[in-house]
Write a protein that binds this ligand. Structure first.
Ligand code: HEC
Ligand code: HEC
Length: 316
């Protein structure tokens, strides 16, 4: 734990240095950053036959890498496959230096600003076919994602530009984490023609703890694996946060998952790494456990899988 905190502090001080420099990416940034461990590569998604999945793993063998690249590039080839030193873009300083709680207008302004940066080719997107949205019954065809991150000393902003392999148009989704309050507050929105529309429950069922690590559904269905790894390190180090919509409209999600092989990290206790999991979150739970990502460092024993399965199937 100490080790993790220390690394977080180094990363944060790195951002403070960067936020004094202009937005343009400079080649000497890498040297200024404190020495950091190389991020772990993202392990390939392999189903482990736990019996937790409700649908058989999807066979995408007909979907080629070339088709993937072509579909990804339809967003505008100049917007993707950017050179990078940091996996997130540094935003200019927040105008209200002593802000304690961002206003809705400030949150929407960050959403629009980062959309514009993406459209102008000034973001650093990770482009992949995502595992969680492609598998199970969500869409069951390739879900194409371009995901970019942005930071300054008051926010972490994420932009998702998304479509399925059979859609024409790209949709824009945003998460803004307000870091001026503790715990941080997460705002979710679908950015439509008319601007950002805040959403809650429809996002919370997968986003239980804010932004999600990026897991491509197949090892080759990501354009820059090293960027993916660095981005996931940024996600794993994010502060504890809670969704803004639940502070306005608390909802009863029943009993949290208390099995200790999950709940020692996913807990209502504020010292835990991630927020508690409820049955609402069963889709990402089934996928991340079956494809071997959770728990992070080992496979569950058969009796543990049985306990988790029983909990997922409990009638409320
Ligand atoms: C079916 C599950 C699911 C739902 C529902 C969902 N998301 Fe996501 N979202 C994901 C996954 C999985 C990722 C990571 C994608 C990847 O691995 O390529 C993601 C990524 C994102 C990102 C990029 C930052 C990050 O978390 O990596 C944003 C922004 C985002 N989603 C916004 C939203 C918003 C806003 C909503 C509600 C309108 C929403 N999402 C609903 C699964 C979901
Ligand atoms: C050692 C700590 C740890 C344990 C144990 C653990 N997780 Fe996680 N989990 C994490 C971290 C860190 C993330 C975010 C980064 C990532 O996805 O790799 C995460 C992400 C997730 C997510 C996506 C939502 C989120 O919080 O970002 C789900 C769902 C999840 N874990 C389920 C489980 C389940 C189910 C178990 C038990 C079988 C489990 N985890 C055990 C640390 C843990």
């Amino acid at each position: 734990m100490m080790h993790r905190r220390l690394r977080l502090a180094l990363v944060v001080s790195g951002f403070l240095v960067l936020s004094l420099t202009p937005l343009t990416v400079q080649s000497d940034e890498a040297e200024e950053k404190p020495a950091q461990k190389e991020p772990e590569p993202v392990a390939p998604a392999v189903p482990t036959n736990t019996g937790l999945l409700l649908e058989p793993p999807l066979d995408l063998s007909d979907f080629t890498y070339d088709q993937f690249v072509e579909m990804m590039s339809s967003v505008g080839p100049e917007k993707i496959r950017k050179p990078w030193t940091s996996p997130v873009v540094t935003l200019p300083k927040h105008p209200r230096a002593d802000a304690k709680g961002l206003t809705a207008d400030e949150v929407t302004a960050y959403m629009m600003q980062t959309k514009t940066l993406f459209d102008e080719g000034k973001a650093i997107p990770v482009s992949d076919v995502g595992l969680i949205s492609t598998q199970e019954d969500v869409i069951r065809r390739p879900m194409l994602n371009h995901i970019s991150g942005f930071v300054n000393d008051v926010v972490r902003v994420y932009l998702l530009v998304q479509k399925t392999s059979s859609d024409q148009d790209w949709g824009y989704y945003s998460i803004v984490q307000d870091l001026t309050v503790d715990p941080a507050l997460d705002y979710y929105a679908h950015i439509k023609e008319s601007g950002p529309h805040f959403e809650g429950q429809s996002c919370y069922k997968c986003h239980s703890s804010g932004p999600l690590a990026i897991h491509p559904t197949r090892e080759d269905l990501v354009l820059d694996a090293a960027l993916n790894a660095a981005f996931n390190q940024h996600i794993a180090e994010q502060p504890r946060s809670r969704p803004h919509f639940l502070t306005e409209q608390p909802e009863d999600h029943g009993e949290p998952l208390t099995l200790k092989f999950c709940a020692r990290c996913h807990t209502q206790d504020e010292d835990g790494d991630r927020a508690a999991l409820f049955q609402t979150h069963s889709h990402p739970i089934r996928v991340l456990v079956d494809f071997g990502y959770m728990p992070p460092n080992r496979r569950l024993k058969p009796e543990e899988i049985a306990e988790l399965k029983a909990w997922l199937e409990e009638k409320p």
